[in-house]
Design a protein around this ligand. Structure first.
Ligand code: GLA
Length: 357
């Protein structure tokens, strides 16, 4: 008997670096996903892993400790299930994925959530989708060693195609938000790999924890927007706090604009968010700033860096009719880039054949 489950990649539309500050996020699932197929093998204590995407296999018997490679993501999930008191049989897990790695669209959360959901289905476990997200986040932070927030695992576990999800990361309450009519969010990978474990992500997180400590609050979500003490924090903490506070307000304003189908306003908020990531939170890089500028020159309604930063992808809001022309212009101007989503873009017309007839 076998069981399969899939989980999508994501683009965060707005609300960056707010999830580990108790704030709001607005991610959307993408049309690429990771699928895991789980089977019982009868060899208790042993996990056979195969990644068809990487063309790699590994067999882990007995010692389930961190190995420092791709196997850590599925193995970390199994370790979390065991930690929850679940008796695991011998398992084989096969991974297939259309999610690009290092593009900042959370291939890791897709793999974790697909693993947990496949094992849940195989063993008929009673674990809800929110708990799946929490187990996946613990696998990533405690086992893999990346101190991520909860956004990626929540959208990978609960996201539905065709809508964004507003998540309040303080209590994990959420509500679906409609995408603007006649428009599309396009995700373009810069070609510069973003690697959470090696980036300044942990440094930024530390800045936020330190600012919250100095201000005497549990998370930066609890700081009032007019709090005058923020300006007296040591540099660069005032800028970091300003990003988090203004970004939370922008998420709520974007939700209103999406519900009012006001694409122009969404676009303006995306640009403000990008500027705040660039200037206050300092997680952008010049190559990504150049992509955002070019995206606007080529007709986008709004654009911003999406995900953890220091490379990765931009998300751009476009009128649907502009998608083909925009993506061609971007890829012509920046040959290292690739369009990750939407995947169904009209192919270039065939070149006229020469020298025949
Ligand atoms: C990464 C993390 C998320 C979130 C974003 C930044 O994707 O995994 O938890 O912090 O960066 O918004």
């Amino acid at each position: 008997m076998s069981a399969s489950a899939s989980a999508p990649a994501r683009a965060n539309l707005i609300g960056e670096h707010t999830d580990y500050n108790g704030g709001y996020v607005l991610p959307m699932p993408l049309d690429c996903a990771t699928t895991v197929t789980a089977k019982r093998t009868g060899r208790t204590g042993t996990v056979a892993l195969e990644s068809r995407t990487l063309n790699r296999r590994a067999e882990i018997a007995g010692d389930w400790s961190r190995r420092g490679d791709w196997t850590d993501y599925p193995l970390g999930c199994l370790v979390m299930l065991r930690g929850r008191g679940i008796d695991l049989p011998g398992l084989s897990l096969t991974i297939d994925s259309t999610v690009p790695m290092g593009a900042g669209v959370s291939s890791s959360a897709a793999l974790e959530v697909a693993t947990l959901k496949a094992v849940r289905a195989l063993l008929d476990l009673e674990i809800g989708d929110v708990e799946i997200a929490l187990l996946a986040q613990r696998a990533e932070s405690e086992f893999v060693g990346v101190p991520c927030g909860i956004m990626d695992q929540m959208i990978a576990s609960l996201g539905r195609g065709g809508e964004a999800l507003l998540i309040d990361t303080r209590d994990l309450s959420r509500r679906p938000v409609p995408l603007p009519d006649g428009h599309v969010f396009a995700v373009l990978h810069s070609g510069i790999a973003h690697k959470l474990s090696e980036s300044g992500y942990a440094d930024r997180r530390r800045d936020c924890t330190e600012a919250a400590r100095l201000l005497g609050v549990a998370t930066l979500r609890d700081v009032a927007s007019g709090d005058e003490r923020v300006a007296n924090l040591p540099a660069p903490l005032p800028r970091r706090v300003r990003h988090v506070l203004t970004e939370n307000a922008r998420v709520l304003a974007t939700v209103q604009a999406m519900e009012a189908n006001d694409a122009e306003r969404i676009g303006r908020l995306m640009l403000e968010s990008h500027a705040s990531q660039r200037d206050d939170f300092e997680v952008s890089i010049p190559e990504i700033d150049a992509l955002v500028d070019a995206a606007m020159r080529h007709g986008a309604v709004g654009a911003r860096l999406t995900g953890g930063g220091f490379g990765g992808s931009i998300v751009a809001l476009l009128r649907s009719a502009d998608l083909d022309g925009w993506s061609r212009a971007m890829q012509a101007g920046f040959p290292g880039t690739s369009l990750i989503s939407p995947r169904q873009v009209t192919p270039l017309p065939p070149l006229p054949l020469k020298g025949r007839g």
